[in-house]
Design a protein around this ligand. Structure first.
Ligand SMILES: Cc1cc2nc3c(=O)[nH]c(=O)nc-3n(C[C@H](O)[C@H](O)[C@H](O)COP(=O)(O)OP(=O)(O)OC[C@H]3O[C@@H](n4cnc5c(N)ncnc54)[C@H](O)[C@@H]3O)c2cc1C
Length: 287
């Protein structure tokens, strides 16, 4: 591992100033479950690591504010999976947080780190896309709010600017009842990134949102507002056509060690159909 300077700022302004001063030579450290591995294998070699754990404004936590559930960027997966408000309103996000890595990983891995690492396989990304999350970022120019779909560029790359940090992820409390589920496929049980990770949400207005990752450079979300996918009685051919349109952006890499493109695309369709069925059932059952 290449040596680096370690900074532990106490305020958000200090953290932003450090990241801004060093630009691409600096990296924020939250739980470290992605960053430490990349420091060790040399795929990143920053001159400065800025630890966020002592930043007062970035203390972990979840609260309701003005019709939104606000999850602090440094909140760990264990706490997200266990939070009753997340479970009640954003069940698929709780399910996604609950399958990240292992107990030890979930106790360290933060929501902010999961999305900022921008892995196409990030398990929370599909649920955040389905629920229309807003990412709150603070930087040298002040604070701004980014729709989550506008955050991801490609693996390891986001639209965050120089010196910008994610401070929170906001989830608008649903106006309509939603049935939703997170599903994924891994090579084996245990600690592996998903070969396909997927979330489907169906609301009582008949809108279906389907988001998926690990089948291309970034996670993707599609919306069907025709009501056909949400309708259990709709013709199978019409549903299949809409599903194919949802999956049109999938472009799995042939170089991945996890699964072939053919396998991923086949699993995407199977998990998509399964998730749609479960989401409709959950909506009907009021779960
Ligand atoms: C054994 C193992 C199993 C894993 N399994 C899974 C899995 O099943 N599913 C899954 O999705 N992930 C998995 N991961 C990946 C990882 O645990 C998650 O992505 C985790 O959420 C990263 O969060 P972190 O706090 O550890 O991020 P860190 O490692 O601290 O940071 C990750 C990246 O995000 C940046 N960053 C962190 N916080 C911020 C912020 N607030 N603002 C701006 N940039 C920030 C860092 O600079 C770094 O580039 C696994 C990792 C390991 C080691």
């Amino acid at each position: 591992m290449q040596t680096f300077a370690y900074e532990r700022p106490a305020t958000l302004a200090e953290a932003v100033a450090l990241l801004d001063a060093h630009g691409p030579d600096a990296r924020a450290l939250a739980g470290g479950t992605d960053l430490i591995i990349r420091l060790r294998d040399g795929t990143v070699a920053p001159a400065v690591v800025v630890d966020l754990k002592r930043v007062a404004e970035l203390a972990p936590g979840i609260h309701v504010d003005d019709g939104r559930l606000v999850i602090g960027a440094t909140t760990v997966m264990t706490d997200i999976a266990a939070d009753p408000r997340v479970g009640r309103h954003f069940r698929a996000l709780a399910e996604a947080a609950a399958v990240v890595g292992s107990v030890q990983i979930r106790n360290r891995a933060t929501l902010g780190g999961n999305i900022c690492n921008a892995s196409p396989a990030a398990d929370t990304a599909p649920a955040l896309l389905v629920y229309g999350a807003i990412v709150v970022a603070a930087g040298p120019g002040g604070s701004r709010r980014i729709p989550i779909d506008e955050l991801f560029v490609r693996s390891g790359e986001t639209t965050l600017g120089r010196g910008e940090l994610v401070t929170a992820i906001e989830l608008p409390l649903p106006v309509w009842r939603i049935g939703a589920v997170h599903l994924r496929r891994t090579r084996r049980r245990g600690h592996d990134l998903a070969s396909v990770t997927l979330c489907c949400g169906v609301d009582e207005a008949g809108v279906t949102r389907l988001a998926f990752g690990s089948v291309g450079p970034r996670p993707i979300v599609g919306v069907d507002a025709t009501g056909v996918l949400a309708d259990p009685g709709a013709p199978a051919a019409a549903k299949a056509e809409l599903m194919e349109r949802m999956f049109a952006g999938a472009s799995p890499s042939a170089r991945s060690m996890r699964a072939s493109p053919e396998y991923r695309l086949a699993m995407l369709r199977i998990l998509g159909d399964r998730a749609l069925r479960i989401a409709i059932e959950r909506l009907a059952a009021g779960e």
